[in-house]
Ligand binder design. Structure first.
Ligand code: ADP
Ligand code: ASP
Ligand code: MG
Length: 790
């Protein structure tokens, strides 16, 4: 038999309840279902009764909202309201009205009010199961779970509960019913309703498991099992696949809300395994909790927030017997739960850590108790420090590891976090200490990474200039593959985006990326802002701007790395090229040279090894390759050009491609790379057309251009080509079919690099049509090359 417990979010609306049915129906074994109140309902019930007892009529609004939520879910699931639900809501209204009239709210009445959340929900869920054809029956736990009379924090009376449970469930299970039991509540021997403490539905599940010898207890919640930290605080928290009962007890005691801390005890006593799974992602790996304890290892980091420290201090306390005993007794008498104690003998201080909401009560009780001692100055002060958090590092037996203790406090120190108090040896399975509440987020995340709960990632920040096709493709690729990159130990983190006259920074960036909208709020240049960013920031230039060069130089001088696909800065004068590329490990421009092909790095490697590039012959333009290949295969030139334009690979003004200016820029860059400057008259180039628009080209230049190609094609296939030897020449040339150029497929670009050491056979780099995605991929590879030097 299995016990399946569904928490508040898992049964919080109609969609969730449908999902719960799918899970329950999919499990073939005999089962008992335990349900919580819908998420937030217990809080609302507490609020309503508090308002009512204070004579505040606003309790009716809360009651109204509670009614509406249950009625709406009923309407959504059943097409109408349900009598049993309405009857309970009416009863609740009567009770709250009495509290309002009497202005009295005992713990007993409080427990009764809170019980309505689970009672309402068990009826709705059971009824939904019935409509789906499952033999379900709602069961109020008051009928079998008999508890002590601590109304708001009751414990089970095992003997009586077992007798009753066996009787009730024995019959239901024999008749193949699926009982849907209210979590969280029970009744004392007099039949008064009790609760098991907040989050107590988990406890109901394991109590049932123990009473009826369940094979396993499944806790279905809204996260993927027990995680290495609270995912609401630590984004990288991961599912822990196995834990011991002790470890989870420790975890939940020290703030991990995922399981109620008492709920581990019944399972532990009967050795019943517990699985913690995600209702909304049931196939995801989950957590199995058993009595097997593994090697000593940090498993998780937790925090209890909103803690106060109440201190009793005085030099005269030394040697006075019974002070600590009286401290604890007065805490106990005032009903305050002490979470943790530290005591220092040298300073004679006892520090008690309690919930923030309890500290005034405790302070008052202690001051009463020690009135006399304070007068006699045996005790100097009793005071309170609020807004603290207890941080705990949890793992089987880890408290014995002094090196781990040192490591924990080293991390605190290196992140500049003050430790308010250290707790010595309170438990073998945790190391706990106290920090200011404001430091909780930072210390949890820091410890989570530094103690190895998540793989340490190399973080590379990116500030991207340019939101064109390549820029957008890059964002998409990084977004889609971040998971894969992180598996390889790298996190790419966008810290800024810039268009020509505006930019976005910090949190805004994430939103722009999320929505893929690039209308930025800040106007002007981001360069001064960038200078405040850490040096592991890469400046990415995916613009086609020729005015960005000075910004890039300035940022390079400040020590930032630059990755670019923009050839304009590089194809200016030789001096600028040299200034940009002088720190070669911090300035990567592969995408500007080879598009998607690895050209710059191949040339650089040969040069670094002492070789000399004698000659380069290249067709570096995918668009021209595409148009000319179609022409060579017999397509009408006009049609070929239009096809290229329609494919979206051309520049916004396609004549810019036809002119051959890109070929010139690539030619200059390649020449500069091999140390040659042809800018002083040694560039042989006639623009392929002088037209300024495509229309102009078709009207004025087309016939002449065509007849030139036709003439050339007598000698083979025609392509535009960059040649670097004694000169830099960009021209249209014919190639015979048996050359590398001759066999080019449409859109392929090619680079033939002739080296002194290889005489006449060139190193040939040839590759497919480079769309902006391929260029973006090349940029990414440059970024990854940088990871060692950042
Ligand atoms: P349920 O209503 O299903 O019982 P809870 O809200 O009581 O769910 O508990 C689940 C929540 O516990 C998660 O949403 C998560 O925010 C929180 N939590 C805190 N620490 C952890 C942890 N270490 N692992 C998983 N969840 C945690
Ligand atoms: N509904 C109860 C609470 O909110 C019990 C539970 O959800 O486990 O505390
Ligand atoms: Mg819970």
């Amino acid at each position: 038999m299995l016990v399946l417990k569904f928490g508040g979010t898992s049964v919080g609306n109609a969609r969730a309840i449908r999902q719960v049915y799918e899970i329950v129906n999919g499990i073939n074994e005999t089962k008992i279902v335990v349900v919580s109140a819908m998420s937030g309902i217990t809080d609302s019930l507490i609020k309503a009764s508090t308002l009512a007892v204070n004579g505040d009529e606003a309790y009716r609004d809360i009651l109204g909202a509670i009614s509406e939520r249950h009625k709406n879910v009923s309407i959504e699931l059943f097409g109408g309201e349900v009598d049993t639900v309405n009857n309970l809501l009416f009863e609740l209204e009567q009770i709250l009205f009495s509290i309002y009239n009497l202005r009295e709210l005992s713990d007993k009445a409080n427990a009764l009010v809170q019980s309505f959340g689970e009672r309402l929900n068990a009826r709705i869920v059971a009824r939904y199961f019935q409509t789906k054809g499952l033999k379900a029956v709602p069961v109020d736990a008051m009928s079998f779970l008999i508890t002590t009379s601590d109304y708001l924090d009751a414990n089970p009376l095992w003997g009586e509960s077992k007798k009753r449970a066996e009787k009730i469930f024995g019959r239901y299970l024999k008749e193949n019913f699926v009982p849907v039991v209210t979590g969280y509540i029970g009744a004392d021997v007099n039949g008064a309703t009790t609760t098991l403490g907040r989050g107590g539905s988990d406890f109901t599940a394991t109590i049932l498991g123990r009473l009826l010898d369940a094979r396993e207890v499944f806790i279905y919640t809204d996260v993927d099992g027990v995680l290495t930290s609270d995912p609401k605080i630590v984004k990288d928290a991961k599912t822990i696949d196995k834990l011991s009962f002790e470890e989870v007890r420790e975890l939940s005691y020290f703030g991990a809300k995922v399981m109620h801390s008492k709920s581990l005890i019944p399972a532990m006593e009967k050795n019943i395994p517990i699985r913690v799974l995600n209702t909304f992602n049931p196939a995801h790996p989950h957590t199995l909790i058993t009595n097997a304890s593994e090697e000593k290892k940090v498993k998780a980091i937790t925090a209890i927030k909103d803690i106060a420290m109440v201190s009793v201090a005085g030099k005269g306390m030394q040697g006075v017997k019974g002070i600590s005993k009286r401290v604890f007794e007065s805490a106990s008498k005032s009903g305050v739960n002490i979470i943790m104690i530290t005591q220092s003998s040298s300073e004679q201080t006892i520090d008690l850590f309690v919930k923030g909401s309890d500290c005034e009560t405790l302070l008052y009780a202690l001051k009463e108790e020690f009135l006399e001692e304070m007068k006699l100055e045996i005790i100097d002060r009793i005071n309170v420090k609020k807004n603290l958090s207890i941080i705990s590092v949890v793992g089987n037996g880890i408290n014995a590891s002094s090196s781990l203790q040192k490591e924990v406090f080293r991390v605190c120190a290196s992140y500049g976090i003050d430790v308010v108090s250290i707790v010595q040896g309170s438990s073998p399975h945790s190391i706990s200490f106290v920090v200011k509440s404001g430091d909780t987020y930072e210390i949890l995340n820091a410890l989570h990474t530094e103690l190895g709960l998540v793989k340490k990632l190399k973080v590379i920040n990116i500030f991207q200039f340019g939101m064109g096709k390549v820029g957008k493709a890059l964002i998409e690729i990084i977004k889609e593959n971040s998971f894969k990159f992180e598996e390889n130990g790298i996190r790419l983190n966008y810290v800024g985006l810039a268009s020509p006259h505006s930019y976005a920074v910090r949190e805004e960036v994430k939103e722009h990326i999320e929505r893929m909208d690039f209308d930025f709020a800040h106007s002007g240049s981001p360069v001064n802002y960038i200078k405040t960013l850490p040096k592991n920031t890469v400046i990415m230039d995916v613009t086609n701007s020729d005015t960005i060069t000075n910004d890039l130089l300035e940022l390079l001088d400040c020590g930032y790395a630059v990755v670019t696909s923009n050839e304009k800065s590089l194809a200016g004068d030789f001096e600028t090229f040299k200034r940009l590329t002088q720190r070669s490990h911090k300035f990567l421009f592969e995408a500007a040279v080879g598009g998607s092909l690895p050209v710059a790095r191949v040339i650089r490697e040969f040069l670094d090894a002492g070789d000399i590039v004698k000659k380069i012959v290249a067709l570096p333009s995918g668009v021209l390759s595409f148009i000319f290949a179609l022409f060579n295969r017999g397509m009408d030139l006009r049609e070929a050009i239009n096809k290229a334009v329609n494919s979206g690979y051309t520049e916004a003004n396609p004549v810019e491609d036809l002119m051959g200016m890109e070929m010139v820029r690539k030619g200059k860059m390649l020449s500069y790379m091999i140390g040659r400057d042809f800018s002083f008259g040694d560039i042989e180039f006639e623009p392929f057309t002088k037209a300024r628009t495509l229309d102009e080209f078709f009207t004025n230049d087309y016939e002449e251009f065509l007849s030139k190609l036709r003439a050339l094609s007598q000698d083979g296939v025609v392509y535009p080509v960059v040649e670097i030897e004694d000169k830099l020449r960009i021209s249209l040339k014919a190639f015979s079919k048996d050359t590398s150029f001759g066999s080019l497929k449409g859109g392929e670009s090619i680079f033939e690099i002739y080296l002194e050491n290889f005489k006449d056979t060139p190193i040939t780099i040839k590759g497919p049509k480079a769309g902006y995605k391929a260029v973006a991929m090349r940029i990414l590879q440059d970024i990854f090359t940088l990871k060692e030097s950042l």
